[in-house]
Write a protein that binds this ligand. Sequence first.
Ligand SMILES: C[S@@+](CC[C@H](N)C(=O)[O-])C[C@H]1O[C@@H](n2cnc3c(N)ncnc32)[C@H](O)[C@@H]1O
Length: 260
Amino acid sequence: MGSFNDINLKKWKESEIWTDSLWIIPERDKSGKHDNSYHGNFVPQIPRQLILRYTKKNDIVFDPFVGSGTTAYEAESLKRNFIGIDIQKKLISKIKNNLDGKNNFSILVKGDSTKKITLNKIIESLKQRKKKKVQLAILHPPYFDIIKFSQFNDDLSNAKSLEDFLKKFRLVLENTASLLEEKRYLAIVIGDKYSDSQWIPLGFYCMNEAQKLGLTLKSIIVKNMSGNRGKQNKEAIWRYRALASDYYIFKHEYILIFKK
Ligand SMILES: C[S@@+](CC[C@H](N)C(=O)[O-])C[C@H]1O[C@@H](n2cnc3c(N)ncnc32)[C@H](O)[C@@H]1O
């Protein structure tokens, strides 16, 4: 067993863990508590792979953009503790109702992950459980303004500009890194965007923010995007538009792995 996971290397041939930097996920895992109704969620296989690879049972997984709770449900089914934040109260209430809390604890906070006040709430809740740090952080921020998640000003999808988005993302990264145990892992799941006839490499900009904080880049995983709800039934029109113009159609996003 590794120092940061429960992988049994004596049975390595049977391991379900992916070790290639290209993840082609043919379809969403539909088992478990996920309902797939949240526009902008990720497939459960992403947090599942990361949790199995980078944590042990009873470690604490942290997600500051918890959304519909995909990471929360995977953490629960893999017997990990969980801490999640989202700016939307209705999402937090729904996740709380769906988690059973039998084997592991879950802390769900409605708040702005850029703010110290939110961080302090988490530190306080950890203290009550005689804990100080988390062992894995998974960040799946809005891809700037591609999907508007809420009407709140502090929602990263309502950032005024790319610079403002990156400034806010950096604040979340700083808070998250301060909660993360030394030598443990942080993953960012992010895609790029296109605007004003230009490819905006959001993924690389976000990667750069994490590197500037001193986190060590361990892997850039490229993941396919087929089957995303927004693009269904629109393949033909996108192909026509691409042929008539000079760009390529987005088919991938990134999972960036860092070590503290
Ligand atoms: C891409 S979604 C995450 C989806 C999630 N991985 C899932 O599978 O459901 C990003 C989430 O970040 C939340 N969010 C945006 N800005 C935030 C902020 N400043 N603090 C906390 N949450 C924020 C949005 O409400 C949205 O639910």
